[in-house]
Ligand binder design. Sequence first.
Ligand code: F6P
Length: 361
Amino acid sequence: MIRRIAINTGGGDAPGLNAVIRAATVAAVRNGWEVLGIRRGYTGLLEGEVDGEPGVFNLTEHGVRGITHLGGTILGTTTRGNPFGMQPRQPDGSWGGRDLSDELISRLRALDVDALLAIGGDGSLKVAHILHQKGMPVIGVPKTIDNDLRATDLTFGFRTAVEVATDAIGRLHSTAEAHQRVMVVEVMGRHTGWIALESGLAGGADVILIPEIPYSLEGVADKIREREEAGRRFSIVVVAEGARPRDGEPSYADRSGRYGGIAERLANQIEDLTGKETRTLVLGHIQRGGSPISSDRVLALQFGTAAVRFIDQMIFGTMVALQGQTIRAVPLVEAVSAVKRVPMDGESICAARSLGICLGD
Ligand code: F6P
């Protein structure tokens, strides 16, 4: 019998997090359950206090009113909150080191939490999976703008990110044409090119480079020259941050393994090869910020309420997943076992090829 659940949000934020929190809270309260919110991933649970506020607090219907359309997360989040490798906080804010998962579970038990609803991407859901293996009843909700989680057709936040990127790419057309320039737009996507492909298609890109297809620089330059010869004296290149050349490495922003800088690198190479003035735009975190578009709000509300339904049915160790038109509970292990890459025979790749868009191969 469920009496109390806890909710947390982990990893990079995504538009729609607050809609999931609201949906799950309202549905749970209507079931007669109490709902606890944990601040900043698992930090609130482990440290008791976050920024002078209680680390764990009651989420009420009143407290989640009017947040469906808000970006970010009212619970806060962190990309440094893996409880299997924590030790007392370092000056730089990281944890690193000690496994605190048993402590985390005993704190959840001390709070009489019957089930944990973990909203996160691959990293956070791997943590959720291990917590479940250690005996905690857990259900996951898939979140990432990258849309790279297996077992679900979509993650919330993805379509908003595509919308933001599409708008930016669209706006570049007139300025690129006016100046007869090449514009290289770097979008997010560490291991997969979902955002680059969809926004590139929708925004009318001439070249789309994704991690799934290591690119030939000559192929990219040929496409730009071909357009030039046809009188199209500007080109738009969309590149996922994790894309890499056929015979080279991806571009890393720093030693932590974060991606970044591919647009600048490509722009210099394109300019050298084609002689065309080339400029860059790195969209960065704007893709994650702001209000979710309506389809992401609806998906998030569906995910949040479905998660509560599955908790009620005691289907734990699972993640809510959109498959076709239906939301199902799939084993967490299925979702986190591998990355969901863009299929080479998928409709978007086929459409791009039929339209003559250069995919770098
Ligand atoms: O949310 C996923 C993601 O957007 C990646 O595409 C990107 O590399 C990463 O997050 C960057 O996040 P942060 O700068 O917050 O670590």
